[in-house]
Ligand binder design. Structure first.
Ligand code: CP3
Length: 344
């Protein structure tokens, strides 16, 4: 029998001699082949909803670098669109959505049962990928965490401090919580379908978890991650889940225990030695290398990569960045990082 895929072994709690490696946003604008396929698709959303081309850009970094995992090419904002929000991307600026600031806005959203009509092409991308990926490569599906998705749905765009979402939470909690519940239910169904189509792991991106404190962190970061993880594991026993409560700081401590996720993804604001002591004691960790090293490269990239590998060498670890690779990254630096991980 072929040895089990390295990512799945790490997620099951195994300490491997060399950590498996993949990269957030590994399919993206830093790669010339991605830019070419995106031009062929037209715009970003057309690329997401075109299964052949979305599978093609997912495969590009696998062919170029031989990463241990591929992440489905899609976006966390497709679920809001499937729930009935308007969504478009402004070049050079980012996403725009219709806003939700009242009960009337919330009432315009559709039911969770209707999301698959919009999201079916995404499941088709997953099916194509399971056929085409190399045997040792793990396919990761994903969705946004309810809080992070809600911040975009409420403000209608990315915001530096998630102010509009905090305002709705504080001023109209009933609407805020109804929205959180709708997103949570939609996320469970969306990820379930990705798993049924062939995703072997799912990751929940809570990019703005760092702006939730104390009771809000427990109610709106921990609890939805717990509910989603529990529902997925009840339906798909053994499915590994990665949680990414970005910039949660002390909130990383106990995150895996409180939510049931199999792996905690770390941003680059925490020290690897601290995380080895306080987070990795509960299981697998992933991440931590600052994406800026992919732009600047040099000896610092190699040294920092090896330091992270060493810090996490006593337990299960998947090598990754602390956030997505940026469009100005040098593709050669990605190869240097992989060589540094595999050489250690
Ligand atoms: O990681 C991967 O390679 C898989 C694909 C993926 C994308 N977005 C593709 C994408 C994943 C996992 C995401 C997650 C995502 N999307 C998050 C959570 C992770 C994070 O980065 O914090 C968020 C907050 C979004 C929402 C989003 N999508 C924003 C704010 C933007 C604009 C910023 C930007 O980088 O341009 C996007 C666009 C986006 N999503 C691109 C890609 C490759 C760039 C679009 C392009 O090709 O022009």
């Amino acid at each position: 029998m072929a040895p089990r895929k390295t990512i799945l072994r790490a997620l099951a709690g195994e300490t491997l001699p060399t950590p498996p490696v993949w990269m957030m946003r590994q399919a993206g604008r830093y790669l010339p082949e991605y830019r070419a396929t995106r031009a062929q698709a037209g715009d970003f959303l057309s690329l997401c909803y075109n299964p052949e081309l979305a599978a093609e850009v997912t495969l590009q970094p696998i062919r170029r670098y031989g990463f241990d995992a591929a992440i489905l090419f899609a976006d966390i904002l497709l679920l809001p669109q499937a729930l009935g929000a308007d969504l478009w991307f402004v070049t050079g600026e980012g996403p725009r959505l219709s806003t939700i600031t009242s009960q009337a806005d919330f009432d315009k959203l559709g039911p969770v049962d209707d999301i698959h009509e919009t999201l079916n092409p995404i499941y088709e991308t997953v099916r194509i990928l399971r056929r085409e990926l190399p045997a040792g490569t793990t396919l990761i599906g994903f969705a946004g965490a309810p809080w992070t998705v809600a911040t975009y749905m409420i403000a209608g765009r990315g915001t530096p401090d998630q102010g509009p979402a905090h305002a709705l939470k504080n001023e109209n909690r009933a609407v805020f919580e109804a929205l959180m519940d709708r997103i949570t239910e939609g996320t469970i169904d969306y990820l379930s379908k990705q798993i049924e189509a062939g995703a072997e792991v799912v990751k929940i991106f809570d990019s703005w978890a760092g702006s939730l404190k104390d009771d809000d962190f427990r109610k709106y970061a921990l609890e939805p991650a717990r509910a989603i993880t529990a529902a997925l594991k009840a339906k798909h026993p053994g499915i590994p889940v990665i949680g990414f409560p970005r910039e949660a700081g002390d909130g990383y401590i106990g995150f895996a225990k409180a939510t049931g996720v199999d792996c905690v993804a770390l941003d680059n604001s925490v020290s690897a030695d601290w995380a080895a002591q306080h987070v990795q004691i509960d299981g697998c960790v992933q991440g931590n290398l600052a994406s800026s090293h992919m732009v600047t490269g040099g000896q610092a990239l190699v040294d920092e990569t090896k330091a992270i590998v060493k810090a996490f060498s006593g337990g299960p670890h998947i090598f990754n960045l602390g956030h997505g690779i940026t469009p100005d990254a040098d593709p050669d630096n990605v190869q240097r990082m992989i060589d540094a991980v595999r050489d250690t």
